[in-house]
Design a protein around this ligand. Structure first.
Ligand SMILES: Cc1cc2nc3c(=O)[nH]c(=O)nc-3n(C[C@H](O)[C@H](O)[C@H](O)COP(=O)(O)OP(=O)(O)OC[C@H]3O[C@@H](n4cnc5c(N)ncnc54)[C@H](O)[C@@H]3O)c2cc1C
Length: 522
């Protein structure tokens, strides 16, 4: 089977690249003093380290030789994920994390056979979904292992069953976001999980990272959608989820969710699904300040009035939004822009009630144009990151979450940490991306000068921001997961007992430690 591949050094589909308009280039130059960066370095993939006899025994597990690929191009395309550090490394031709071989199973049995083989021969296995990881979850430690296998789940891309009575659907893990929606639409159903990486990220990846989508206010996070899982581990198969919820001890599903390939390979995911929406409405609202907008969000969440989508930009992000939305007319937008989306059946009463509450809390309705424009452009922003990197701007995003009583402190602390680390000319934008009764997630976008060593500059800034999150008592990640990048801060967040519990789990199901070594577990 052939799948649309992402560009090896950029985000997404090469056909959708979004070059910066000349006018924006001038603005960028003015703010960041940026310059075009040199083109990508020529690429040499390190030679495969897997011994020929191991490669032969691995190939023997598969029905077809096409399922075992050791060519340079395939290995290059399965190297790391799509964080800015990943892109910066790829741009300078650093492929030191390339796997030795890529395998493409089509069944649970083939996955289980690879996992058992890996444990026997002490070969590291990296489950690979869409390859959209942004926290180093696809970079396995090599030391002490006979090699690294990328377990590419792209060919496990079927909808296995639908239960229209319980409203559940069971997928293989390699189904990407758009395909999941298309497969369900044939049954009049939808999943409603739309992270910004929707185009390429997979069902298995959503489960393994506890992803959150833009519709999470209405649909819940991905971990709230999952009802059952099948997992291949080195000590055997795990199948969990025989009822919607239970009191049968700790919820093992929730232990697998977010385990980032370190406890097993997820081969089937059963999710709760809903009927397709017959009506949608996307609106923009304006609030005087970030605090006023947050108070309105909190009010809706605490009265169970949340729409399907709700997000709020701070003043800086609102100003930038305006720059990219001159097509919707309107004079300079001050204050903070809120996007509110309603999706469902007979939504009019909910639309009216939410509008009434937002107006009473100081919101000004801006109509549907900006809301519609946001929906249409919501998957484009990552393409812009590459265009900015091209002209010498360092751009990256990071996210965290906290309780409502702590958001102002957290917002200020992370912003200050990034600005102090990256210096003059740094721009920090923020929005509230996900909302709960007790708190919310803050999502930051940072733009700064690349300087001579952009990677080191970013790693220092990111460390400062992560320290600020911990100092504020917030989480190290609301939805990007831990990977290798957040491990040190995870240890701080969950403490020594939490770390011991994770280590104990890992030792019990993966005694040889071959599943994604170095990822997640501090
Ligand atoms: C531009 C961009 C925007 C993003 N926006 C969002 C967003 O809005 N919300 C959000 O939550 N995240 C977002 N992310 C992060 C990322 O898309 C998510 O973490 C996503 O869930 C990863 O899915 P994937 O299929 O690409 O997994 P991969 O990147 O392939 O893998 C992620 C991790 O899960 C493991 N894994 C993958 N599949 C399996 C499996 N079947 N069994 C066991 N382990 C597995 C991998 O080994 C790795 O550790 C974004 C990333 C990018 C680059």
């Amino acid at each position: 089977m052939t799948h649309r591949e992402m560009h090896p050094q950029r985000w997404g589909d090469p056909a959708h690249a979004t070059p910066l308009p000349d006018s924006s280039k001038e603005l960028v130059d003015l703010i960041f003093g940026a310059n075009d960066t040199p083109g990508a370095a020529s690429v040499e993939v390190p030679a495969s380290q897997l011994a020929p006899e191991l490669l032969d025994s691995l190939a023997a597990l598969f029905a077809s030789p096409d399922q075992v690929l050791a060519d340079d191009e395939t290995r290059r395309l399965r190297t790391r994920g799509k964080s800015t550090p990943d892109l910066l490394k790829a741009r300078v031709g650093d492929l030191s994390d390339a796997p030795d071989v890529v395998v493409r199973p089509t069944t649970h049995e083939e996955v289980a056979a690879v996992v058992a083989w890996a444990a026997e021969h002490r070969v590291a296995v990296v489950p690979f979904g869409g390859g959209t990881a942004v926290t180093g979850g696809l970079v396995a430690a090599r030391d002490g292992f006979a090699g690294v296998v990328s377990l590419d789940l792209a060919d496990m891309d079927r909808l296995l069953s639908v239960d229209p009575v319980a409203m559940t659907a069971t997928f293989q893990p390699g189904v990407r976001g758009p395909a999941a929606e298309e497969l369900l639409a044939a049954h009049g159903l939808r999943l409603g999980h739309h992270p910004q990486s929707f185009e390429f990220a997979t069902i298995g990846g959503f489960a393994a990272t506890r992803s959150s989508g833009q519709n999470s206010a209405g649909f819940g996070r991905f971990d709230q959608m999952v009802v059952a899982l099948k997992v291949a581990t080195p000590i055997g198969d795990l199948e969990v989820g025989s009822s919607p919820l239970n009191a049968a001890g700790p919820d093992i599903r929730q232990i697998v969710l977010g385990s980032e390939g370190t406890l097993g390979v997820i081969t089937e995911v059963t999710v709760r699904v809903r009927a397709v929406a017959t009506e949608t409405r996307y609106e923009a609202w304006q609030f005087e300040s970030f605090a006023a907008g947050q108070a309105a969000m909190r009010h809706l969440a605490q009265r169970q009035l949340l729409p399907t989508i709700i997000r709020l930009s701070d003043e800086a992000e609102t100003a930038i939004n305006l720059a990219s939305q001159t097509d919707v007319g309107g004079e300079a937008l001050t204050g903070c822009l809120m996007i509110v989306g309603h999706e469902g059946d007979r939504i009019a009463p909910q639309v009216a009630r939410v509008a009434e509450e937002l107006t009473a809390l100081g919101g000004t309705a801006l109509g549907e144009d900006r809301g519609q424009s946001w929906v249409e452009g919501r998957f484009h922003a990552p393409y812009l990151r590459d265009s900015l990197l091209d002209v010498g701007v360092l751009v990256e995003t990071l996210e965290t979450a906290t309780f409502w009583s702590n958001t102002e402190r957290l917002h200020g602390a992370v912003k200050t940490a990034l600005e102090s680390s990256l210096g003059e000319g740094t721009v920090v934008l923020c929005h509230v991306s996900h909302v709960y009764e007790t708190g919310c997630s803050l999502y930051f976008t940072v733009a700064a000068k690349q300087g001579d060593d952009p990677l080191s500059r970013w790693l220092a800034a990111k460390a400062a921001a992560c320290d600020a999150m911990m100092d504020c008592g917030a989480t190290i990640t609301h939805h990007h997961a831990v990977g290798t990048d957040h491990k040190a801060w995870l240890a701080r967040e969950i403490g020594p007992v939490g770390v011991a519990m994770l280590k104990g789990l890992k030792a019990s199901v993966d005694p040889a430690g071959v599943l994604n070594p170095g990822v997640l577990i501090p």
